[in-house]
Design a protein around this ligand. Structure first.
Ligand SMILES: [Zn+2]
Length: 473
């Protein structure tokens, strides 16, 4: 049942495959689990860096091979009527690492998940040091002048660290400030640091990292609503399934914690509670740096979950994108030359990690050609021919993940919208755009805003037929 919402804007053409998002009934959850990869790890590609040219090295992180893990798809959520809290994993550490948390006020509140009779909540002097001890924790509080440090032990379970109510400034970890409460969660092999933070306290640190400081307010506002919509979907999707909803980084959305970036803060404040909605359900508003003029479809590129698709390819004025989106920006075109032996070993490694025996044993390629394109003309599948006459097919985004998994920014594949020529022992790439190309094109949004478009017009273009809805106040 859709709760009352305030309609703020209506866009112009289709967003979803009609079979995906039109029916919020429970039937949707009985769809076969087709996921072979976790979309959360692929959903958003962060192109931006403080430097004028987005660094390919940052993009690579989004493309690391992922562990196949079938997850039953959840239907998209209805707009929440109160501001959700999201759980953001900000770091994963080794079990023997010491977690040092500080606070400007010099005091922190520590709460164990399972308090013992002796160890309840503890107001400790900051900084504190947290170590794994046996199944539980050992927490050491700072010295006070002239006094020894204090150590307490806590039983197994999550530890929550937060500011005192009398001083709600963010906690500090790794020389940054992080709004919300920190949970230290022990997993079989690691320590996860997870911030539980209110949505609109989370978003400014996303927007500040996603866009350049010089970009226009309309792009910031559009990005705020897209990032909020994406986060609402992820929060609903992982609720009760995982101890976090998103990671701080390329695998979900970039997040730098607390920020004083005024454009980011005002974009989030001005759009507070607004999300993109299609047919009563929140849109998983993917975005990437530059579509290159040929947008991608989420299904098969970012997700196998039909509920999470955005059909931006077969609808809207796609042909106009080639000449009116991001074609004049710094990331419009790219070239790369990668030794064939590197291409081979990277594909082999990806094949081994992802259960593709044909790729794991790949011979040296002799040609790599596009064999399938989407409706916009963006390559969706490559055929790799090898010396001994072999032939292997690979989806274009998988190919890009395989090439980029090495983390070598000097020999990366910026987008799938490319042609590959083999010459002189190298694969010569010639391509357009940067990132997966699904949903909002950040450079295109900035171009629209620079020419006077509103954020509503930007969102209408990249998420056609979605509406901006006031979900919560
Ligand atoms: Zn574009």
């Amino acid at each position: 049942m859709l709760r009352p919402c305030t309609l703020l804007a209506t866009a112009s053409s289709f967003i979803f495959l009609s079979s995906c998002a039109n029916d919020p009934s429970p039937v949707r959850s009985s769809q076969p689990a087709r996921l072979t990869a976790s979309p959360a790890q692929l959903a958003v590609e962060t192109p931006q860096s403080p430097t004028p040219i987005p660094s390919p090295a940052k993009t690579l992180a989004a493309d690391l091979p992922i562990t196949p893990k079938p997850i039953p798809p959840k239907p998209l959520p209805i707009p929440p009527t109160t501001e959700p809290e999201v759980a953001i994993r900000i770091e994963t550490l080794a079990l023997n690492q010491v977690v040092i948390i500080n606070h400007a006020a010099g005091r922190l509140q520590i709460a164990p998940e399972h308090p013992s009779a002796n160890e309840q909540n503890w107001t400790a002097n900051a900084p504190i040091e947290i170590r794994v001890q046996g199944d539980g924790w050992r927490v050491t509080s700072a010295h006070k002048a002239g006094t020894p440090s204090i150590t307490r032990e806590f039983p197994a379970g999550e530890l929550t660290i937060e500011s005192l109510k009398s001083d709600s400034r963010p906690i500090q970890w790794n020389q940054k400030e992080w709004p919300g409460k920190l949970r230290v969660v022990r997993t079989p092999n690691n320590l996860d640091l997870v911030m539980d933070v209110k949505m609109d306290s989370y978003l400014p640190g996303v927007i500040a990292k996603e866009l350049y400081p010089s970009w226009c307010d309309a792009a910031y506002h559009a990005q705020a609503i897209a990032a909020r919509s994406f986060a609402v979907v992820e929060e609903a999707r992982w609720e009760g399934r995982r101890h976090y909803d998103m990671v701080a980084g390329q695998q979900s959305q970039a997040w730098i914690g607390a920020t004083e970036n005024r454009k980011a803060l005002s974009a989030v404040r001005d759009t507070r509670g607004q999300v993109l909605v299609h047919d009563g359900l929140v849109v998983p508003a993917y975005y990437s740096s530059a579509c290159g003029g040929r947008p991608a479809n989420a299904l098969g590129v970012l997700t196998d979950n039909p509920f999470h698709n955005i059909d931006c390819v077969s609808t809207g004025n796609v042909s106009a994108r080639r000449t009116s989106c991001c074609e004049t920006t710094s990331v419009a075109t790219w070239k790369a030359s990668i030794a064939l032996t590197k291409v081979q070993t990277r594909l082999q490694a990806w094949g081994s990690a992802n259960g593709r025996a044909d790729l794991a044993s790949l011979q040296l390629p002799t040609s790599i050609e596009v064999v399938d394109k989407n409706a916009a003309g963006r390559p969706e599948q490559f055929r790799i021919q090898t010396r001994k006459g072999g032939s292997v097919l690979i989806e274009s985004e998988d190919f890009r993940r395989a090439i980029n998994a090495a983390g070598d920014s000097k020999s990366s594949m910026r987008s799938c919208d490319c042609f590959i020529r083999i010459a002189g022992g190298n694969a010569e790439f010639s391509g357009r755009g940067f990132g997966h190309g699904v949903g909002l094109c950040q450079h295109g949004a900035q171009e629209m805003g620079r020419k006077g478009s509103t954020y509503q017009e930007i969102l209408a273009r990249y998420y056609p037929q979605s509406m901006i809805v006031q979900a919560w106040k």
